[in-house]
Design a protein around this ligand. Structure first.
Ligand SMILES: NC(=O)c1ccc[n+]([C@@H]2O[C@H](COP(=O)([O-])OP(=O)(O)OC[C@H]3O[C@@H](n4cnc5c(N)ncnc54)[C@H](O)[C@@H]3O)[C@@H](O)[C@H]2O)c1
Length: 261
C-alpha cells in the first residue's frame, strides 16, 4: 500500500522546495496532488514533471495568492470539490528577506514579507485544518490508527536564530514555528498533526542569484554546503506520512547543522 493514499496539497508548488515536494509525493505513489502558486508558468512546469515521474497521478492546479484569505479559501474549496478531501498539506509559498535592518525597513515591506510568510501560511493552515476537521482518517500503511490530516509548514533556520539585516524575514519564520506549535496543541484532540520544517540555506531559485553572498552563511553550518530542495522535501514527506503519527508540533531542522554552531 502507498504511504500516501490520500490527497496532497502544496503551496509554493511552482518552484524550489514546494516543487520538489510535489514531485516527491507523486514519485512516492500519491495519485491526487493539488498544486498552488501565484506563478502559472511554475505550476505548468511542476505538472509536467509530475506526469514524468508518475503518469497515474491526477494533478489539479490553482493560481492563488496566499496573502489573500479569499484566494486561500477558494483553493481549499476547489481541492475538496475536485478530490473530496485534503490529507497532506505543505505550506511552502514564501518570499525572501529584504536584507535591511529595521531602521531601513518600511512598514510596507514588513507587511509584504509577513503577509506572505506568516499570515499567508496561517491562512493556508487555517483553511486546511477547517477541512481536516470534517474528514475521517484514511487507512495507514501498517494498520496503525491514522490521522485526519497532516499539515507541514515551511519555516526556516532563521526562525530559530537571528541573522544580520533580516528582522522582518526572521520574525515571519519565528512566527510560523510558534503558530505551528500552538496549532499542534489545539488540534491534537482532533487527531490532526501540525509540524514544520526549518531549512537552512537551500539551493533554489530563491537563493541561487545570491549564492556568492550566502557563502558565509553556508560556512556557519558544519556541513559547509547548501542543501537541496529534495533534502527538504524528503523531510516534509516523512512528517506528512503515517510513519510520523506520533510527531506533533515539531520544528524539524534541515540545515547541515547551522543552528548547532
Ligand atoms: N531556499 C532557502 O534557502 C530557504 C531557507 C529557509 C526557508 N525557505 C523557505 O522555503 C519556502 C520555499 O522557498 P524556495 O527556496 O523554494 O523559494 P522559491 O522562490 O523557489 O519558491 C517559492 C514559491 O512561492 C511562491 N509564492 C511566493 N509568494 C506567493 C504568494 N503570495 N502566493 C502564492 N505563491 C507565492 C513563488 O511563486 C514560488 O513559486 C519559503 O517559505 C522560504 O522562505 C527557503
Amino acid at each position: 500500500m502507498s504511504l500516501f493514499p490520500g490527497v496532497a496539497l502544496i503551496t509554493g508548488a511552482g518552484s524550489g522546495i514546494g516543487q520538489a515536494t510535489a514531485l516527491s509525493f507523486a514519485r512516492e505513489g500519491c495519485e491526487k496532488v493539488v498544486l498552488a502558486d501565484r506563478n502559472e508558468q511554475g505550476l505548468d512546469e511542476t505538472r509536467a514533471g509530475i506526469q514524468k515521474v508518475n503518469s497515474e497521478c491526477e494533478v489539479y492546479d490553482v493560481k492563488i495568492d496566499v496573502s489573500s484569505a479569499e484566494s486561500v479559501d477558494y483553493l481549499v474549496e476547489e481541492a475538496v470539490k475536485h478530490f473530496g478531501r485534503v490529507d497532506y498539506c505543505c505550506n511552502a509559498a514564501g518570499v525572501l528577506s529584504n536584507n535591511e535592518r529595521s531602521d531601513a525597513t518600511t512598514p510596507e515591506e514588513f507587511d509584504r514579507i509577513n503577509g506572505i510568510n506568516y499570515r499567508g501560511c496561517w491562512l493556508c493552515s487555517r483553511a486546511e485544518i477547517k477541512q481536516m476537521l470534517k474528514q475521517e482518517p484514511l487507512a495507514t500503511h501498517d494498520g496503525r490508527k491514522g490521522n485526519r490530516g497532516s499539515v507541514v509548514n515551511i519555516a526556516s533556520q532563521l526562525g530559530i536564530v537571528g541573522r544580520p539585516a533580516a528582522p522582518a524575514y526572521c520574525g515571519s519564520k519565528a512566527a510560523v514555528i510558534s503558530m505551528t506549535r500552538c496549532d499542534a496543541i489545539d488540534y491534537s484532540k482532533d487527531n490532526i498533526r501540525i509540524n514544520c520544517v526549518c531549512p537552512g540555506v537551500i539551493d533554489t531559485p530563491m537563493t541561487r542569484p545570491n549564492m556568492d553572498v550566502l557563502g558565509s552563511a553556508i560556512a556557519i553550518a558544519p556541513m559547509d554546503r547548501a542543501g537541496t530542495a529534495q533534502e527538504v522535501a524528503d523531510c516534509v514527506l516523512f512528517l506528512a506520512s503515517s510513519k510520523a503519527t506520533f510527531v506533533q508540533g515539531s520544528a524539524l531542522v534541515v540545515d547541515g547543522g547551522y543552528v548547532i554552531n
